[in-house]
Design a protein around this ligand. Structure first.
Ligand code: NAI
Length: 286
């Protein structure tokens, strides 16, 4: 393998998915959570997701057993000392990520070790500035659900060494079997910078009474062969997440296409966050 000693910090939705994919690829993976109870919860969720994949016929029993034997869960950052790559997937908070990268910089000691962030919207350059090794820091942005979606965005900064970016690209492509695209360090990177104005346009269309929510979604599903309409997709992503992403892109680009429309703000203020709260542009039984 290009890299077979991986660390993941944050064992939530994305961190457990990233750890699962790395362990199935044959890497030895240590997942670090904030405390012992969360580490145990991450272990239980990772194990049950692997067992569900076996039950669904997506992976073989032996591969599941192999992956489980390569996964370790901890609440101690020191357990990441010997990692060649650490992928951060903690809360989307600039201060928290900067503090974590400063701590990782002290702990992760291999001379070629790389620190990566899975952030969706925080500047990789700012995160890298918390370390003494910005030449070995990249963005590595996976998509949810990580085992199902092939795409990974690789984000080198102006500081990132070419060999660091090339090595992480080969790891993602050759070891993990992902499809890698590169983006400059810009809010939203490639995919979210294109997707967000589209989702916001659908919200504006609904807000203006241009068409019903059902017809807006049907239009894109039936007329453009999209697997899901924009308002359903916004509900799936979470309206709070869409609001945070569009706000950070609007701050970066000052392009009105990224400005969150009042309807989105009112829905988030009302607690209607999409699928996860049972109500967004559509209703969901929970
Ligand atoms: P999540 O809330 O499911 O998981 C975050 C985890 O990090 C929690 O389990 C929390 O206990 C842990 N954590 C927080 N601080 C920690 C620390 N200092 N040390 C160790 N663990 C810590 O969040 P999710 O959805 O997995 O997102 C994680 C990151 O991935 C965020 O930066 C997010 O923007 C990004 N992302 C999320 C996507 C999504 O669809 N949810 C897609 C792509 C990127």
């Amino acid at each position: 393998m290009i890299i077979d000693q991986v660390g993941v910090v944050g064992g939530g939705l994305m961190g457990t998915g990233i750890a699962r994919v790395c362990a199935l690829a044959g890497a030895d993976v240590v997942i670090c959570e904030a405390d012992a109870a969360r580490a145990e919860s991450a272990r239980a969720r990772t194990e049950s997701s692997l067992r569900r994949a076996v039950a669904a016929g997506k992976i073989a029993d032996a591969d599941c057993a192999g992956a489980l034997s390569r996964l370790r869960f901890t609440a101690s950052l020191e357990d990441l000392a010997d990692r060649e790559l650490v992928v951060e997937a903690i809360v989307e908070d600039e201060r928290a990520k900067a503090d974590l990268f400063a701590a990782l910089d002290k702990v992760v000691s291999a001379p070629t070790a790389v620190l990566a962030s899975n952030t969706s919207s925080i500047s990789i350059t700012k995160i890298a500035a918390a370390t003494t090794r910005p030449e070995r820091v990249v963005g590595l942005h996976f998509f949810n659900p990580v085992p199902a979606l092939r795409l990974v965005e690789l984000i080198p900064t102006l500081h990132t060494a070419a060999e660091t970016a090339d090595r992480i690209e080969r790891f993602a492509a050759e070891d993990l079997g992902k499809l890698v695209i590169r983006s400059q360090d810009r809010a939203g990177f490639v995919v979210n910078a294109l997707l967000t104005p589209y989702l916001l346009s659908a919200v504006r269309m609904l807000e203006a009474g241009f068409a019903s929510a059902e017809d807006i979604d049907r239009g894109m599903v039936e007329g453009c062969a999209h697997p899901i309409g924009p308002l359903s997709l916004a509900d799936f992503v979470g309206l709070d997440i869409l609001l945070a992403a569009s706000t950070s892109m609007y701050e970066e680009f000052r392009d009105p296409g990224f400005a969150p429309p009042p309807l989105l703000l009112r829905m988030v203020e009302s607690g209607f966050l999409g699928e996860k709260t049972g109500r967004g542009f559509f209703s969901y039984s929970r």
